[in-house]
Design a protein around this ligand. Structure first.
Ligand code: B12
Ligand code: SF4
Length: 472
């Protein structure tokens, strides 16, 4: 019997800004590998192509892009709107060139990118009316009611970890028994994601856990993954060796919880990476928790090949820290900085700062930027994204200036849904510029007001003139 054919599709997206910041359709590629293990012939159309000439040393690259007209729902927004990735016409062409697949699997990564998913679904449906089309990913997971309407052409919509639904559907429709049906939670038995379908593999994400021990009020991870699942360090090492043989040198940790229970997971993993007979580069776009960074961990991160470290700080305002979940405080941040600097990360420590939370005042963000810059770390603005099923979303969605609950397109942080009189779009623009110009030049001139190079800092005393509440 001829093998069944499955076509994986990572749709193009529409957004006001987007850049490949080590982004990759990892969930889709895992599903592809599982089906391949079951004898399916797998093909991939990844619409999110990048401009290879502009790829950075570290693996990041700009997506190819084109200005497009805004949909009616975004007409009033005074920003350019673009499609990132290949055009619908190019996608049609690639579908025309493809043999008729039995199964088409389409992913969706951010909720507000659903229009691209919707279009890819329509194009696939027109070209292959007889194929079964399944859509999964973050959008149906977080916006299940909305996705039922917007993705009507799909034969099946799969939420989060409902992989069992996918297996049953395939078995019913094709009257077969899949012989490998791993649960996604069992990270040690999953086949490695099918990155071999790409001509060039610029980096490979390493999925080392699902879930998180914290419950930050802006984050959907606790909803999507109520239980924490960890991956055995030995399995991660096997995967690194596997990709290294194929020439991959850069790895990106996709983990919300990398240092949690570090004695059992991160430490043995980092030690094993250090012992590998080859060197790799590691990046962590999802920040690590400063509270878990001690001297040994900082050294291990450096020795294992972390090229930079990104820490989540969010805010220096104790009440914002508390209201958003209390995962970090200034004393643990400063301690982490001290050890990371000692381990040699110097100019390569980034601190994420949350901007645009409901009823946040812009001065708080500026003070946090100043604090981070003076500490010698690089401030990095993370504009708040309202995400369904999070505490903040459910509490404040009525106060947003867009209908964020009715249409996921408005969940895009580029729209600044929670702008208000004490934090306007102009304030946000100022803060972005401030980081770019003033702070960058201050960092370049090494004008650090906080000196934490030689001695252990007197924790909690590394205050700035402008720190909220506790001026010193
Ligand atoms: C890694 C990550 C990133 C990476 C890359 C993301 C990527 N995949 O390309 C980077 C660092 C770039 C990133 C950036 C951002 N992220 Co992010 N990110 C994540 C994270 C931690 C993991 C995603 C992941 O790959 N998981 C592992 C894979 C295996 O899971 P998965 O893709 O969801 O797939 C599973 C299912 O969905 C399913 N599946 C997937 N596709 C398909 C298809 C079919 C057919 C089927 C059947 C099943 C299926 O199979 C998998 C297993 O169950 C999630 C949180 C989380 N734990 O999910 C946040 C998350 C997706 N990010 C989020 C946010 C807010 C952001 C940012 C906006 C943050 C910011 N303020 O700057 C930016 C925006 C990015 C941009 N504009 O480009 C939000 C989602 C927001 C939203 N509205 O959708 C999440 C949920 C985190 C949160 N705060 O709650 N992110
Ligand atoms: S923001 Fe990070 S620490 Fe907080 S709940 Fe989400 S994944 Fe966990």
């Amino acid at each position: 019997m001829k093998p069944l054919k499955a076509l994986l599709v990572n749709p193009y997206i529409y957004d006001f800004a987007a850049y490949n910041f080590w982004s990759s359709p990892l969930g889709l590629l895992y599903i592809g590998s599982i089906l391949r293990d079951n004898g399916f012939e797998i093909k991939l159309i990844d619409c999110m192509e990048v401009n290879e000439q502009k790829r950075k040393e570290d693996g990041r690259a700009p997506f190819i892009k084109e200005k497009v007209a805004k949909p009616v729902s975004l007409k009033g927004v005074k920003k350019y709107f673009r499609r990132y990735g290949i055009s619908p016409q190019e996608l049609q062409k690639r579908f025309l060139e493809a043999d008729k697949p039995d199964l088409i699997l389409i992913t969706s990564i951010m909720t507000y990118w659903y229009p691209g998913t919707q279009e890819a679904l329509k194009i696939a449906r027109e070209r292959f009316p007889g194929s079964k089309i399944i859509v999964g990913g973050i959008y149906p997971t977080l916006c299940d009611h909305l996705s039922v309407n917007t993705l009507r052409e799909a034969d099946l919509i799969v939420k989060g970890n409902e992989i069992g639904k996918l297996y049953s559907f395939i078995e019913d429709v094709f009257s077969l028994s899949l012989f490998k049906k791993p649960h996604m939670d069992n990270l040690d038995v999953l086949p490695f994601p099918c990155y071999d379908l790409y001509e060039n593999i610029a980096f490979v994400p390493l999925l080392t856990s699902f879930g998180c021990a914290f419950k930050c009020t802006y984050c959907a991870t606790p909803y999507m993954y109520p239980a924490i699942t960890r991956r055995n360090p030995a399995s991660v090492i096997d995967e690194i060796k596997f990709w290294r043989q194929k020439g991959v040198k850069k790895y990106v940790i996709y983990d919300d919880n990398f240092l949690y229970q570090k004695e059992l997971y991160a430490k043995p993993l980092l030690k094993s990476i250090k012992k590998l007979p080859f060197k790799i580069d590691i990046y962590n776009p999802n920040a690590i928790n400063a509270a878990f960074v001690n001297e040994e961990i900082a050294m291990l991160l450096a020795d294992a090949g972390f090229r930079e470290v990104r820490l989540g700080l969010e805010s220096i305002n104790p009440s914002t820290q508390k209201d958003t979940g209390g995962k970090v405080n200034l004393s643990s941040f400063e301690k982490a900085l001290f050890f990371l600097k000692k381990a040699g990360f110097g100019n390569n420590i980034y601190a994420y700062i949350l901007a645009g939370l409901p009823f946040q005042k812009w001065e708080e963000v500026k003070q946090t930027i100043d604090y981070v810059a003076s500490s010698g770390a690089k401030p990095y603005l993370a504009e708040y994204t309202p995400i369904p099923h999070t505490t903040l979303f459910e509490k404040f969605y009525r106060y947003a200036r867009y209908l964020i609950k009715e249409d996921a397109i408005y969940q895009n942080n580029a729209l600044f849904p929670f702008a208000w009189e004490e934090f306007t779009e102009e304030n946000m623009a100022f803060l972005k510029n401030y980081i770019k110009s003033e702070i960058t030049s201050r960092n370049e001139n090494h004008e650090s007001k906080i000196t934490i190079n030689n001695e252990f800092p007197d924790l909690g005393k590394l205050t700035l003139n402008s720190r909220n509440g506790s001026e010193s």
